[in-house]
Design a binder for this molecule. Sequence first.
Ligand code: NAP
Length: 248
Amino acid sequence: MTGEPTAHEGRSYLVTGGASGIGRATAEVLAARGARVAIADLDAGGARRTAAELGGHTLPVTLDVADRDSWQAAVAAVETAFGGLDGLVNNAGITRDRTLARMSDQEWRQVVDVHLRGTWLGCQAARRLLSASDAGSIVNISSSGRHGSFGQTNYAAAKAGVVGLTKTVALELARAGVRCNAVAPGAVDTPMIRDVPEPVRENWLATITLGRLARPREIAEVVAFLLSPAASYITAQVIDVNGGELHL
Ligand code: NAP
């Protein structure tokens, strides 16, 4: 040990969907490395439990990413508690799968609202504080599903949209010293995919070079790297973390 501080020591982050899956793993990695982490989730009890379990400088925040007022309140709470913000992870997500023939307006709207509008609102709400940081960074979670995913017109469109949004935010905020990137996971073993039928999972595995699902931690490590000053020359990129998906 050299006693050198970690890249995240004393920095402040907000992770949406931080009570579960990839968001929780990201909060855990960041908190373990000395960061202050706001665990922001629609599931208020889950956010509180996660913050209590992770300990360190964690702050549970109730947030509906699809609601502008909710974002204003969340960012204000973070500013009060941490005094600023160095990084934002737009990770919260839902699925409402249905084939094109059967998908309802509501199923379309819910998914696009959470993933695409929610990410846009988050970038807007956090922009001022991130611009005040000496190294502001945004990481948006897209998906390998952005290339097309059966029964997920809503999700694939939203996740493809997140890529265009990411590259545009990167262009607009570069002058303020804020980087913006996307991470696109393949299949990750989280509650989001627990109801996927076994035959579908087997089909997935046949297309993954590494022959297994990702662990949430394996996505979180890439998110943490992109947030850190070590990634200071990376912006407007989409980093695929998918075990080598063969059909892409
Ligand atoms: P997860 O375990 O289901 O966690 C998602 C979290 O987001 C939950 O705590 C959920 O709360 C919360 N959430 C839902 N709607 C919200 C809202 N409106 N505002 C704030 N929080 C909300 O999912 P995950 O697998 O970790 O997914 C995280 C991200 O990775 C998502 O964007 C997902 O699309 C993406 N991704 C996942 C996979 C995968 O295979 N798992 C692959 C590629 C990309 P509730 O439990 O109350 O709904």
